[in-house]
Design a protein around this ligand. Sequence first.
Ligand SMILES: CC(=O)N[C@H]1[C@@H](OP(=O)(O)OP(=O)(O)OC[C@H]2O[C@@H](n3ccc(=O)[nH]c3=O)[C@H](O)[C@@H]2O)O[C@H](CO)[C@@H](O)[C@@H]1O[C@H](C)C(=O)N[C@@H](C)C(=O)N[C@H](CCC(=O)O)C(=O)O
Ligand SMILES: Nc1ncnc2c1ncn2[C@@H]1O[C@H](COP(=O)(O)OP(=O)(O)OP(=O)(O)O)[C@@H](O)[C@H]1O
Ligand SMILES: N[C@H](CCC[C@H](N)C(=O)O)C(=O)O
Ligand SMILES: [Mg+2]
Length: 485
Amino acid sequence: MKKLKDILHGIPVRQVIGNLNVAVSELCFDSRNASPGSMFVAVRGTHTDGHRYIEVATAHGAAVVLCEELPDTTDDAVTYIQVDDTAFALGVSASNYFGNPSTKLRLVGVTGTNGKTTIATLLYKLFRNLGYEAGLLSTIKNQVGDRVVAATHTTPDPVALNRLLNEMVEAGCDYCFMEVSSHAVVQQRIAGLNFAGGIFSNITHDHLDFHQTFDRYIKAKKMFFDGLDRFAFALSNADDKNGEVMLQNTFAHKRTYAIKSIADFKAKIIESHFDGMLLYLDGHEVWVKLVGGFNAYNILAVYGAAILLEQETMKVLTALSTITGVEGRFETAVSPKGVVGIVDYAHTPHAVQNVLETIKDLRKNKEHVITVLGCGGDRDKAKRPLMAAVAVKNSDKVIITSDNPRTEDPIQIIRDMEAGVPADKMRNVFSIADRREAIRAACHLAQPGDIVLIAGKGHESYQEINGQRYDFNDKEILISTFNEQ
Ligand SMILES: CC(=O)N[C@H]1[C@@H](OP(=O)(O)OP(=O)(O)OC[C@H]2O[C@@H](n3ccc(=O)[nH]c3=O)[C@H](O)[C@@H]2O)O[C@H](CO)[C@@H](O)[C@@H]1O[C@H](C)C(=O)N[C@@H](C)C(=O)N[C@H](CCC(=O)O)C(=O)O
Ligand SMILES: Nc1ncnc2c1ncn2[C@@H]1O[C@H](COP(=O)(O)OP(=O)(O)OP(=O)(O)O)[C@@H](O)[C@H]1O
Ligand SMILES: N[C@H](CCC[C@H](N)C(=O)O)C(=O)O
Ligand SMILES: [Mg+2]
């Protein structure tokens, strides 16, 4: 229970109808979840408008309605609060409701097209290793200290987010590391949060179904940095074309990391192997258990953030050398006959290219690379031909298959991907809609020493088809196929 007046702190209110002196039992933004004494916030979405469900919410007992437009008829037992922006108000009220937990720990957000989960998870592991209690909000899972809470989104909705942050505070967490997706910025899921720092990884093609243009996608990422205050740090990748843009209008302390450009934190890869790499990091040599140029960037971002969070250099480097990678990100397995299998979450053209370039660099001889990949349904269609083109360019053979078809026809998604394959390369491409069969076929095609990359689903333990999630795990299928050989 919390007083309505306290929940509204920091929200510009246009009009109030009813009693402000009420207690609120719960916050909700979905009328289907409204309960007696709750406050319903009407948010405009991509499919429908929460304002349509105000009456349903009050019929379920909502005592307070927060909206942009007041309904034609009001209920005397209900308090109506009119504001200009309910998405913003939802974020701020969720933070107030849970006692502004983000001010009680140090919250660091990571944004960018690729690398958010990796950077946030490595920071979580690093700070736990350094002896702190920490929380994590990520695509794979949320962690309140050791306790795992299943994740439904990369960035949870404001109510779930602040509830989790509060649980972290209660569990004694000093830090929380979270992914900030571009959807979350635009939908203001992070409104009202107090960040100690923000990290930018990179920006390349993805989510154009949602943002429409690349420019708007860049602006969404930038808005996160624009919202940081002068006590926070903003750590950006100076090698990314848009790394500087992110820092343009932020009040935060601006810091950069890079491999190629001049920057505050620098690194260089000295040696690369399938089980790790030797880095020259900020003037020190350190062995890390992650692989690939893209992971050198991730490690560098993690290192820079740790230093900006006032950790000691030598302790950070020592801890970094012991930390293992992230589930479903460049995970390797070797078959009894010597085929190397790699499961990776690459689901953008840039990620597919990075992973395949890393694989090429790691080959001792000219072993063949066989790539299995698909594209998700009901998501950015423009990336489909691009992902196929990159895969074909950097592999000896490609098996185009399904990812999560969702409500789309898997065959049509495959056709969209095939459109990106140059005619003279078609002979290196097979299309097998059944992902399990595609993985098996790749393993059977591979000779000892060859490399099979299974891209796009990483840690996911399901395949989503027509609203149903079926058990499915790339790594398990890879290993069981290997064991049959
Ligand atoms: C496109 C998108 O982000 N959609 C999110 C959004 O839903 P929406 O805009 O479609 O909502 P809507 O159905 O139009 O409804 C509008 C409002 O009416 C309410 N409503 C609706 C029906 C009803 O009967 N009563 C009612 O009150 C809804 O609760 C909502 O508040 O708000 C919902 C509630 O927070 C989210 O669950 C939903 O995420 C969907 C499931 C989703 O798939 N999101 C993905 C794309 C996403 O957010 N991904 C990013 C990661 C991207 C990355 O990889 O970087 C993420 O952060 O996870
Ligand atoms: N710094 C990076 N630069 C480019 N590609 C990367 C980088 N880090 C990881 N990748 C690639 O992107 C894939 C996804 O990585 P990760 O899960 O860390 O990204 P993410 O930003 O969290 O993705 P999502 O938006 O789905 O949450 C990895 O499996 C790898 O192929
Ligand atoms: N966070 C990403 C996940 C894509 C993963 C891929 N397996 C798919 O289903 O498209 C997104 O929402 O676009
Ligand atoms: Mg992620």
